[in-house]
Design a protein around this ligand. Structure first.
Ligand code: FAD
Length: 216
C-alpha cells in the first residue's frame, strides 16, 4: 500500500494499515515541520458533532486519543482541559440527545448546560460540555503515527512529490519527482484543499525503478 501525504490523515491511516499487517510506504513532498493543515491546526479533539454519524466517528477517535496503549510513548497525547460547544444557531439538533449519545459511547461525564449555568446567552437549547475532551499537539501526534508505521515494518519518505498515479488491473504506479513506486492500493491523503495527483487514464501501469519502493 502506498499512502500519499503524511499529515494527520495519511499518518493515522498508514499506522492502522501497518498495524493490520499491510506493507505500507508513506510518501510526502514536505518535511515533518512543513506548515501544512496538520501543523497549523489548533489540535482540538472532542466527540461532539451535530451530525450523529460524524459524532460516532469522533467518539471512536477520542477514545483512541485517550488510550495510552495506542501511542508509542505509552502516554495519551490529550491535554484533557475539557470542551464546551455552544450552538451558533437555534436550529442545531437537540444537544441533550447528542450528549446522551456520547454518554452511551463511554463518555459518561458529558452533559448539557443552559444559559443560566454558563452565564452567557445561548442561541440554542444548551451547550454540550465534554470534560474528557481537550487538545493535542497535531504535529507530535502525526509523528507518533509515523513511528507506529516504522515499528510495523513500514517506510516513510519525506521530500518526494507525487506527480501522477497510473492505475492498471490490480496495481498502480505512483510516480514522484524522483522515483516511482508500485502498489497494490493507493490512499491519497493530500489534504482537503489540495488537488490530488492526476490519474490520466486507467490501464498501462508504468514502472521505472524496478528495485526501490515496491509495495503490496
Ligand atoms: C488554522 C487551522 C486550525 C485547525 N484547528 C483544528 C482543530 O482544532 N481540531 C481539528 O480537529 N482540526 C482542526 N483543523 C483541521 C485539521 O488541521 C485538518 O483537517 C487536518 O490537519 C487535515 O489533515 P490532512 O492530513 O488531511 O492534510 P494535511 O495536514 O494538509 O496533510 C497533507 C499532506 O499531504 C502532502 N502532500 C500534498 N500533496 C502532495 C503530493 N502531490 N505529493 C506528496 N505529498 C503531498 C503535504 O505535504 C502534507 O504533508 C484546523 C486547520 C487549520 C488550518
Amino acid at each position: 500500500m502506498v499512502v500519499v501525504g503524511a499529515g494527520i490523515v495519511g499518518a493515522g491511516t498508514a499506522a492502522e494499515l501497518a498495524r493490520g499487517g499491510r506493507r505500507v510506504v508513506v510518501l510526502d513532498r514536505g518535511h515533518p515541520t512543513s506548515r501544512i493543515a496538520t501543523t497549523l491546526s489548533g489540535g482540538m479533539v472532542r466527540a461532539y458533532d451535530p451530525d450523529p454519524k460524524i459524532r460516532a466517528w469522533a467518539a471512536e477517535s477520542l477514545h483512541t486519543y485517550l488510550d495510552p496503549s495506542r501511542w508509542p510513548s505509552g502516554e495519551s497525547e490529550v491535554r484533557a482541559v475539557g470542551s464546551v460547544t455552544m450552538p451558533s444557531t437555534g436550529d442545531e439538533p437537540d444537544p441533550a440527545a447528542a450528549a446522551a449519545d456520547l454518554v452511551a459511547a463511554g463518555f459518561r461525564d458529558t452533559h448539557v448546560r443552559d444559559s443560566n449555568a454558563l452565564g452567557v446567552a445561548l442561541a440554542g437549547a444548551g451547550a454540550v460540555v465534554e470534560p474528557s475532551a481537550g487538545y493535542v499537539e497535531p504535529a507530535d501526534v502525526a509523528a507518533q503515527w509515523l513511528t507506529r508505521v516504522r515499528e510495523n515494518g513500514g517506510e516513510v519518505h519525506h521530500g518526494l512529490t507525487v506527480t501522477e498515479l497510473l492505475t492498471g488491473p490490480g496495481a498502480a504506479t505512483v510516480r514522484t519527482d524522483q522515483v516511482s513506486v508500485e502498489a497494490g492500493n493507493v490512499v491519497v491523503a493530500t489534504g482537503a484543499w489540495q488537488p490530488p495527483p492526476s490519474s490520466p487514464k486507467a490501464g498501462g501501469c508504468w514502472s521505472r525503478d524496478g528495485g526501490r519502493g515496491r509495495s503490496r
